[in-house]
Design a protein around this ligand. Structure first.
Ligand SMILES: *[C@@H]1O[C@H](CO)[C@@H](O)[C@H](O)[C@H]1NC(C)=O
Ligand SMILES: *[C@@H]1O[C@H](CO)[C@@H](O)[C@H](O)[C@H]1NC(C)=O
Ligand SMILES: *[C@@H]1O[C@H](CO)[C@@H](O)[C@H](O)[C@H]1NC(C)=O
Ligand SMILES: *[C@@H]1O[C@H](CO)[C@@H](O)[C@H](O)[C@H]1NC(C)=O
Ligand SMILES: *[C@@H]1O[C@H](CO)[C@@H](O)[C@H](O)[C@H]1NC(C)=O
Ligand SMILES: *[C@@H]1O[C@H](CO)[C@@H](O)[C@H](O)[C@H]1NC(C)=O
Ligand SMILES: *[C@@H]1O[C@H](CO)[C@@H](O)[C@H](O)[C@H]1NC(C)=O
Ligand SMILES: *[C@@H]1O[C@H](CO)[C@@H](O)[C@H](O)[C@H]1NC(C)=O
Length: 576
């Protein structure tokens, strides 16, 4: 059947067009075909939507779902797949002369919209909340035919999804992780994770068909610049090719469920179908990013947007060059990665500390900023300005913003302060389960002699990681100034199940204990992440009398360990 169609293509196009059955429509449509069963689509594709699952996705003369589960919307894992009770066309319109419909499927929790243009390969989709519970995970997804879609592509990874036959029951290690059949390494869906906010296009594809998500705008996602999520994978029970649209997720964050206001809108994003070409998907993504916010959407709040600009200046006179800048909850009670009720904006300052957020939804925000590494990788403080108010069609000019630095003298710094493990051994390596176990149990880092790559990105084995540093000869001026040593520990992530004692010259100055308020579990370390999970800042002030002229040590003694759990480092700073 497939080869027959392929043979026809190109040579007999006209007669194929004539052979289209009379009931096949080219205009976009929504047709009720049975109790809680509808067909949506246009002349290019169509999908049968049942009470929960969208099946029989016809495109390019094949059913792209086949034996797989198809399309659905769900929250909190697979526990809650939304059930559609009714559907209707809520808008018929034209944009740039092309007719479209907005087909809305209603569930108790909210409405899923498919905006289908005539001749469009795919559809825009968005979801409007009415009654979702407080939750961590909310997603739309496609589970597609695994013959048509053998490969996956994200900005971090591109290649063949490991076949189901490689997932051998006897080799299961833990949650969605198996030893590879050849004994070399592991198979896990988490190796296919990536950064949400830098995705251009991602999806699953084969030699003849590609199914992609293109999410411009991104303000409806939870979290900050460092937000990572699962993107594509092989379903380990059924073998389906999975294309996940994690519009709210916590796979790499310390769990913090969010409550959503009635009307919170996720999307629209584009679900794009093509012939499997990545260059075509990339070109399409470029167009979509330029076209956002989408003018064809009828929604006043969506279009009520303004700009925010300002210049971040450090208290020592330097501009906060390249800083990460974030617009989120006003008067925050959550971390920037943990926020997710409404809309969130991320950008970076330029070399002069200037930043601008275009197209921000009108509301009051809290503006936050932190070092994103060079040239301000020494900066350990963060910036917060509340009550940044954005109005439709206006620019909120914040002008020069003063970012206060610590004024203590620095004795040492290990690693760039940027909230990531970059620079350390394996820091930022491709996602790989168990890589952290290759970091040593013991190491000594000598300030002035060692380089960042002599420190490893994660500590999970019992042992001592010691920093040797020298304290200068006491001068009369220094002796007169009161000294108050403060050890600053910046963690790029932490997975619960490892305990440490912190020492200065053999004197205990604190601990980093699993389950303490600052060390709640984030799954980054045991889910293949190598650059970040949830950022934490810990401080250990101690008595100046513990330091002496000459060589001194600070030690992180890991006393209790669990496989692949522990500390992912960002930076360690001692000042006094
Ligand atoms: C859906 O597409 C298939 C394959 O092109 C076609 O046979 C069928 O008629 C279409 N369904 C509708 C309702 O247009
Ligand atoms: C329609 O289907 C739903 C379940 O899919 C069922 O609960 C309901 O009774 C059905 N209604 C009719 C009129 O058949
Ligand atoms: C595709 O799914 C089928 C089950 O529907 C499974 O038997 C097969 O192994 C899967 N193929 C791959 C490449 O994983
Ligand atoms: C450090 O000194 C600068 C300049 O005097 C000041 O603006 C800043 O607030 C000081 N930082 C702290 C933490 O006191
Ligand atoms: C705990 O650390 C010890 C010493 O470094 C190591 O031998 C052991 O394998 C680790 N145990 C686990 C469960 O990772
Ligand atoms: C680890 O460091 C602590 C603190 O300095 C020390 O008490 C302990 O003996 C060290 N352990 C080893 C094996 O060196
Ligand atoms: C860790 O330090 C905190 C703060 O000093 C202290 O309250 C706690 O008891 C310590 N926990 C352990 C296990 O030593
Ligand atoms: C870490 O410390 C906590 C609190 O003392 C304890 O409950 C837990 O069992 C320890 N974990 C390990 C792996 O040692």
């Amino acid at each position: 059947m497939k080869s027959f169609a392929a043979a026809l293509a190109g040579t007999l196009l006209a007669s194929v067009a004539n052979a289209v059955p009379a009931h096949k429509q080219t205009a976009p449509f929504l047709t009720l075909i049975g109790n809680q069963t509808w067909v949506i689509g246009n002349g290019v594709w169509n999908m049968t939507q049942g009470p929960k699952y969208g099946v029989e996705l016809y495109y390019k003369n094949r059913d792209c779902v086949g034996d797989a589960w198809g399309h659905y919307v769900s929250y909190n894992g697979a526990a809650n797949d939304l059930a559609w009770t009714s559907a209707k066309i809520v808008k018929k319109g034209k944009h740039k002369g092309v007719p479209f419909i907005d087909a809305m499927f209603t569930a108790d929790e909210g409405d899923m919209h498919w905006v289908i243009f005539e001749g469009q390969h795919g559809a825009y989709q968005y979801f409007v909340n009415h009654n979702l519970p407080d939750l961590g995970e909310f997603r739309t997804l496609w589970r597609l035919d695994n013959v048509t879609f053998p490969n996956g592509r994200t900005v971090s990874k591109d290649g063949v999804l490991p076949p189901l036959s490689d997932y051998v029951d006897a080799n299961k290690v833990f949650d969605e992780t198996w030893s590879a059949p050849d004994g070399k390494g592991y198979l896990t869906k988490y190796d296919w994770s990536s950064w949400i906010r830098t995705q251009d296009y991602y999806g699953v594809y084969g030699a003849e068909v590609g199914s992609w998500y293109i999410n411009p705008g991104k303000d409806y996602y939870n979290g900050n610049h460092a937000k990572q999520e699962l993107m594509v994978h092989r379903e380990s029970k059924t073998g389906d090719a999975v294309q996940l649209n994690m519009i709210h997720g916590t796979h790499f964050a310390a769990e913090s469920p969010d409550a959503f206001p009635d009307g919170k809108m996720w999307g629209p994003w584009l679900w794009y179908l093509n012939d499997g070409s990545k260059s075509d998907a990339k070109a399409r993504a470029k167009k979509e990013f330029a076209a956002w916010p989408y003018p064809w959407l009828d929604d006043e709040a969506y279009h009520a947007r303004g700009k925010v600009s300002g210049r971040l200046m450090l208290s020592d006179g330097r501009p906060a060059a390249k800083a990460a800048v974030f617009l989120g909850d006003n008067k925050p009670t959550k971390t920037t990665l943990g926020m997710g009720s409404t809309y969130y904006y991320t950008t970076y300052a330029d070399d002069k500390g200037n930043f601008e957020f275009p197209d921000v939804r009108a509301a009051a925000y809290g503006l936050q900023a932190w070092s994103n590494g060079a040239p301000i990788a020494d900066v350990s403080t963060s910036f917060l300005r509340n009550d940044v108010s954005v109005a439709k069609g206006q620019t909120t000019k914040l002008g020069a913003l003063a970012w206060s630095l610590s004024n203590r003298t620095r004795l040492f710094q290990v690693g760039d302060f940027d909230h990531y493990s970059y620079g350390f051994l394996h820091g930022g390596a491709p996602y790989e389960n168990g890589l952290v176990a290759s970091c040593p149990a013991d190491l000594v880092y000598r300030i002035g002699r060692s380089k960042p790559a002599d420190w490893c990105f994660g500590q999970t084995h019992r042992g001592n990681w010691t920093i040797e540093f020298s304290v200068p000869e006491a001068t009369a001026a220094a002796a007169a100034a009161p000294r108050a040593p403060n050890l600053i520990v910046s963690l790029a992530g932490y997975s619960a199940g490892a305990n440490s004692t912190v020492w200065a010259n053999g004197h205990r100055i604190g601990n980093m204990t699993s389950g303490s308020p600052q060390l709640k579990n984030d799954p980054s370390v045991y889910r293949s992440a190598t650059a970040a999970g949830e950022w934490r800042l810990l401080e250990f002030p101690f008595d100046a009398a513990l330091l002496r002229e000459g060589i001194n040590t600070v030690t992180f003694q890991l006393t209790g360990n669990t496989t692949w759990r522990g500390f992912m480092w960002d930076s360690i700073i001692l000042e006094w």
